[in-house]
Design a protein around this ligand. Structure first.
Ligand SMILES: [Zn+2]
Ligand SMILES: [Zn+2]
Length: 178
């Protein structure tokens, strides 16, 4: 996810380069094992630096919020971030930091590193209440069995309580009709 943009910083505004991305990246906190990233990135020379625009497909391993099972959650990322040079590419003189504190910078060796932006976009794209599948059946509230793996047998308990309630209702109905 690192690109040497020294040549591009010397070229005119509007010049752009495209790269294919096909690599594993490490997520410090998000995923347990590094996730794989595929897609393309376009680097555009702007008046201030380099605008990186990327489209990636990746995925993270998440715990389902309903059944607590681990699953692979595919993610689509559309990244658009401007990177500001930290030194002048011709004179090597340090440049003032960008106005926005959160802006990304190109290091003094003219390396543009997309890893941190990608990590942030992955965190943003990760659902807060992930589901292993839209119709995840969840866990049995009686025994904790994962209902995606079939019924646990507790179901027979539920109708008993329901029929008990309707039974009392019927009794009173019968009382008024006769
Ligand atoms: Zn689930
Ligand atoms: Zn059960």
């Amino acid at each position: 996810m690192q690109f040497n943009v020294a040549q591009q910083l010397k070229s005119s505004i509007g010049s752009n380069r495209s790269y294919r991305i096909d690599e594993a990246i490490d997520l410090a906190d998000g995923g347990k094992d590094g996730c794989f990233l595929q897609g393309g990135v376009n680097l555009l020379r702007t008046d201030r630096g380099i605008l990186a625009m990327g489209n990636f497909e990746t995925g993270v391993r998440l715990v389902c919020s309903r059944c607590l099972g681990l699953f692979h959650c595919p993610l689509r990322l559309t990244i658009e971030e401007e990177y500001f040079p930290s030194v002048d590419v011709v004179s090597d003189i340090p440049l003032p930091p960008p106005e926005e504190a959160s802006a990304f910078t190109i290091d003094r060796n003219h390396i543009l590193d997309l890893s941190e932006a990608t990590r942030q976009y992955i965190l943003l794209a990760t659902p807060l209440k992930p589901l292993c599948r839209p119709d995840c059946a969840g866990l049995c509230s009686y025994c904790g069995h994962n209902l995606n793996q079939g019924h646990c047998g507790c179901r027979t308990l539920i109708p008993t309580t329901v029929s008990g309630k309707t039974g009392t209702g019927k009794e009173s109905n019968n009382g008024t009709s006769t």
